[in-house]
Design a protein around this ligand. Sequence first.
Ligand code: VAH
Length: 313
Amino acid sequence: KILVTGSLGQIGTELVTKMRGIYGSDNVIATDIRDNGSTVVKEGPFEILDVTDASKMHELAKKYKVDTIVHLAALLSATAEKNPLLAWNLNMGGLVNALETARELNCQFFTPSSIGAFGPSTPKDQTPQDTIQRPTTMYGVNKVSGELLCDYYFYKFGVDTRGVRFPGLISYVAQPGGGTTDYAVEIYYEAIKSGRYTSYIGEGTKMDMMYMPDALNAIIQLMEADSAKLVHRNAFNITAMSFAPEEIAAEIKKHIPQFEMSYNVDPARQAIADSWPNSIDPTAAKEEWGFKADYDLGKMTVDMLDKLKAKLK
Ligand code: VAH
């Protein structure tokens, strides 16, 4: 039985549905702080859970006899930078509650880190798996602390914790909330809706990205990997592509020639993006659990535009 927090978020919405298809609906308990009446709520067990409520989390985990916890509930980078103390309390408070529940009930554990766990002093191109991590955002501080805390729970208490450093994730089912890479999702919606997009991230700002199907496969593949083969645990660099705004705009124009891109840089989110790597090296994930991405920018763009045309018509 798998308990998922943040089930109504960008990752959770699709991961719950995919896991229910693989492991059986009754074996995936979706939780979130609100009920949005979506299929995630209707198609299997759903519970309201505020991850800062330790006793409620423990009560639900015991009620459903869970053996796996997937902890996704968090504030993303741009929101966290606007509310740093709220971000610390929710991101770290929620994480420690989830880890304690996993320790007490002997659960396998997954939570994502991010390319946001790196900072300006980190090597920016092909960022290594093991390198300096001094992020300059609250989100990054949360992610580095989270990686260290998850490794600690593995070494100290034997909790089977695993994680990946996600790049920006692009999807058409549920929108991201409050991220820096959200422009790469918004641009596809606007290409269909209005035929033009004004990017808040400036030209030339390269960031790692990944299409959601590859992200979901990575979570399941890592969780099912042979633990004896894992040299690293929290958290693996993974990526599918790296591009700047003008590159995704050019790819969209191949399909929508009249698409127009313009720029109105948001200093706050540009500063976050500038502190992150240009590209990271996913070799460890490939070697230790066979990670590979199927979607590059071209293939993702075809699928995103097809799916959004159907969704938005
Ligand atoms: C964010 N989408 O923008 C998240 C992610 C690497 C980006 O961490 O904050």
